[in-house]
Design a protein around this ligand. Structure first.
Ligand code: TYM
Length: 331
């Protein structure tokens, strides 16, 4: 049976980009495979966090994942810092990662120019921790959005290098990414040349999974399009294309079907149709979320069980790694 791993940062609410690029595939893959799904609080602290807010965001992220359909009965759902092997394997991988290859990571360059006041060593090491997350579980497939492709490539490179240096140790993971036009890369509603991101300063740029119907309508109404009045998926029309992508994901139709359904509409009505599809798809998620977020006892139980499963699987790989690299053991 194939093994799946993926992670999400608890940095505030999640966007429809997170859902379209990754979460909906987490849910899909859960039915068939052994899945490990992780809220990566250790990654989150590579940018400054307010402790009380990080704690709250982490709890809420878990509730929201379950509400999205990440059924904890069918996977290991847990918090990264509850499984010490993530940090332990990172150290070993650090010593097998070249400074130059870490420096090439575009997300590091981007984040360090966005936060010049806090270019910490953890931010530089972010992709190595991500590789440790993945390689610890002998992962075969990693459901992620297109922006994580380079990090996944690094994980593969590190696995291949380690295996050839020390003998077969890690499975070499493959990325599982939707096509860009089918949700792999949802763009900002305000600047459709940019990725939709929850860290955007302009809150009209993104739709949160927890946004109310009124807010969703308002944000879509303000979405940037173009001056053509033609609804078509085309690279010269990034705003309209992005709206078609979003509609295609949330109404569960192909891009060409989406184009067909929108033919003849003005942009105003088109935007409302997209908003309606998103609102309808998010309704059951939001209902479930508001029930779960009050049930701390249940969430804590899920997390304890998830961490236990993950610790067991992670220990196996870490022991193997320690043996291969020559760490002394009394066993
Ligand atoms: P994070 O929390 O930034 O994003 C979580 C997932 O959402 C995807 N995503 C998008 N997909 C499409 N369009 C968008 N606009 C969009 N924005 C975000 C991301 O690609 C990601 O899959 N580094 C990871 C967290 C992580 C991880 C891992 C992932 C840590 N360890 C191991 C996989 C495996 C991240 O960026 O999370």
């Amino acid at each position: 049976k194939k093994i799946i791993f993926s992670g999400i940062q608890p940095s505030g609410a999640m966007t429809i980009g997170n859902y379209a690029g990754a979460l909906r595939n987490w849910v899909k893959l859960i039915e068939e495979y052994d899945c490990f799904y992780c809220v990566v609080d250790m990654h989150a602290i590579t940018v400054a966090q307010e402790p009380a807010i990080l704690r709250k965001n982490t709890f809420e992220a878990v509730a929201l994942l379950i509400a999205c359909g990440v059924d904890p009965e069918k996977c290991a759902l847990y918090i990264q810092s509850h499984v010490p092997a993530h940090a332990e394997l990172t150290w070993v991988l650090n010593c097998n990662t070249m400074f130059g290859e870490a420096r090439r990571m575009t997300q590091f360059k981007e984040k360090s120019s966005r936060h010049p006041e806090n270019v910490n060593v953890g931010l530089f090491d972010y992709p190595v921790l991500q590789a440790a997350d993945i390689l610890l579980y002998q992962t075969n497939l990693v459901p992620i959005g297109a922006d994580q492709k380079q990090h996944l490539e690094l994980s593969r490179d590190l696995a291949i290098r380690f295996n050839s240096r020390y003998g077969e140790t890690f499975a070499v993971p493959d990325a599982y990414i939707p096509l860009k036009e089918s949700g792999g890369r949802i763009m900002s509603l305000a600047e459709p040349e940019k990725k939709m991101s929850k860290s955007d300063a302009n809150e009209n740029a993104y739709i949160l999974l927890t946004d109310s119907p009124e807010v969703i309508v308002r944000k879509f109404k303000r979405a940037v399009t173009d001056s053509e009045a033609r609804i078509a998926f085309h690279k010269t029309k990034p705003g309209v294309s992005n709206l078609l992508s979003i509609y295609s994901v949330f109404a569960k139709v192909s891009i060409s079907e989406a184009e067909k359904q929108m033919q003849g509409l003005g942009y105003g009505d088109f935007k409302l149709r997209v908003a309606d599809a998103v609102i309808a798809a998010l309704k059951p998620i939001q209902d479930k979320y508001s029930r779960l977020v009050g049930d701390k006892e249940y969430i804590n139980k899920v997390l304890d069980e998830g961490a236990e499963k993950a610790r067991y699987a992670a220990r196996k790989t870490l022991s193997k790694v320690y043996r291969k690299i020559g760490f002394y053991s009394t066993k």
